[in-house]
Design a protein around this ligand. Structure first.
Ligand code: GLY
Ligand code: MN
Ligand code: MN
Length: 488
């Protein structure tokens, strides 16, 4: 039945009418929040809120001072093969400031308000997101876009404009600025991004020529802001960790001699993508036997043999946030005695170094050093090395790194702060024919990698529900898994 709304409202007192309008608006807002924004191709309802990104922009504006502008670019697209791009992944600094996952976008911040005309009319702003204009014909091929209006309504920008007016807009703002923060040239800028880079570079040259505007790099300022994770970011990191632990449990339960490394990879990806992971945080590393001693082995083509060991380093990415987890799996469900000896050293190095983590501790000087000491002593004791400096032959990487938007995230000083997430990942890798090493240790690679949140008083092990103790690993491997599809 059709109702005559205007006559209904006409009979209401003004205050009641306002209340009705406000309720209707908040219901429709809550509805759009609960269902995503299908008109823009956005369906997830647990994305970081616009307020998170807005707070980051405000913080950056405070950091650049009161007469400066800053520019950030989206990541370029990369061609894989003819007419086919790699699945798009946003630049992390750009994402941290915008929440925008679209290519061909540029963020402009200015600490002095300036006037723009956009879909909201003429007004004074300190931020503009430049994005592709919506184009129904193109969207038929490559999916929905935000367009300037969507950038305002969905991402909460003060202003958004088509990316075709970047040069004109920059030209208006630059004369009122003393400092310009331009990012270094992205190494492989293609297409629209290459145009932006040229535009910004032209200005940069001009400004240098005038010599009255300081040119700076804004990236270190954002990197510093990214070190400590907010509660909203930790929610996403915990989810990435949680679903990755499910993936690891499934690899452990389903692993059988005769399977292929890629079948374990498929199980991990199946479990984590089934929980909504958009990407792997890095290509899955599933290295058995001679491949267990290759730190970043990614081809995953080998068939598993009973009695071998697998280094399975797999972590999913959820809403742009990474996890990074490694377990060492005995094929057949039981570690051999030499495998167990190496495993015990790595586990002890991990536990002893992790236990030193708390705010104020220098990760590289203290935590890393402890892991080295334990590995070195263990290798000396087993007679695998005779000279203590030789530990480097078998433990050739650092004991960990921060995790966040990047799987190898940022820490400018290495001094731990509450709210940072770090991996702790010692390993020992003994290739076949290692000189002077008993052949029973050949082709044994062991890495244990866990994700740790630094807290006010110490740390929280985010991966505590995934077994590390070798007996617990063996017990879990006895449970039935979903198994891989047989290879035809
Ligand atoms: N997955 C890469 C690393 O452990 O650093
Ligand atoms: Mn790692
Ligand atoms: Mn890893």
């Amino acid at each position: 039945m059709k109702t005559n709304r205007s006559s209904t409202y006409a009979k209401m007192p003004v205050r009641t009418a306002l209340a009705v309008i406000l309720t209707a608006w908040s219901v429709s807002f809550a509805f759009s929040q609960a269902t995503g924004y299908p008109e823009y191709g956005l369906y997830d309802t647990d994305l970081l809120p616009p307020s998170f990104f807005k707070a980051n922009r405000e913080k950056l504006l405070r950091a650049i001072g009161d007469s400066a502008l800053a520019v950030f670019y989206s990541a370029p697209e990369h061609t894989r093969i003819n007419d086919t791009e790699f699945k798009y992944r946003q630049d992390n600094d750009f994402f941290y400031l915008t929440g925008c996952n679209q290519p061909n976008s540029l963020l402009l911040l200015s600490s002095r308000p300036f006037e723009v005309s956009d879909t909201s009319g003429k007004h004074s702003v300190r931020e503009i997101l430049f994005v592709e204009e919506r184009n129904p014909a193109r969207e038929t091929w490559t999916g929905r876009q935000l367009g300037p209006y969507g950038a305002i309504t969905v991402l909460g920008f003060e202003s958004a404009l088509p990316n075709s007016v970047i040069e004109k807009t920059l030209g208006k703002i630059i004369p009122n600025t003393k400092e310009a923060y331009f990012p270094l040239e992205p190494s492989q800028a293609e297409g629209k991004l290459a145009e932006f880079v040229r535009t910004v570079e032209n200005y940069e040259r001009l400004l240098q020529h005038w010599g009255r505007v300081g040119i700076r790099n804004p990236v270190p300022l954002v990197r510093q802001m990214r070190e400590v994770k907010s509660p909203e970011e930790l929610r996403l990191i915990r989810r990435a960790v949680d679903i990755s632990m499910d993936g690891h449990r499934q690899m452990l339960k389903s692993c059988k001699p005769g399977m292929y490394e890629y079948q374990l990879q498929a199980l991990f990806e199946y479990v984590t993508v089934s929980q909504g992971a958009e990407y792997m945080a890095y290509p899955c590393i599933v290295g058995s036997n001679e491949n267990s001693v290759i730190l970043h082995y990614e081809s995953n083509r080998r068939r598993l043999g009973a009695g071998e060991v697998i280094v399975a380093d797999c972590g999913a990415e959820y809403h742009n946030y990474a996890s990074d987890i490694t377990r060492t799996i005995p094929v057949g469900g039981k570690f051999t005695a030499p495998q167990r000896q190496i495993y015990d050293i790595v586990l002890s190095a991990q536990e002893k170094s992790m236990d030193l983590m708390k705010p104020g501790v220098n990760y590289y000087a203290i935590v890393n050093k402890k892991a080295i000491d334990v590995v070195r002593d263990g290798l000396l004791k087993l007679g695998i090395i005779k000279d203590s400096a030789d530990y480097r032959k078998y433990f050739m990487h650092g004991v960990g790194h921060p995790v966040g938007l990047d799987v190898h995230d940022v820490s400018l000083t290495g001094v731990l702060k509450a709210g940072e997430v770090w991996t702790v990942e010692p390993g020992i890798y003994i290739p076949a024919h290692s000189e002077g090493v008993d052949p029973k240790y050949w082709n044994i690679g062991v890495r244990l990698e866990d994700d740790v949140l630094v807290t006010e008083n110490g740390y929280e092990l985010l991966t505590k529900d995934l077994p590390r103790d070798p007996d617990a690993v063996e017990r879990l491997m006895k449970e039935p898994g979903i198994g891989a599809l047989p290879v035809k």
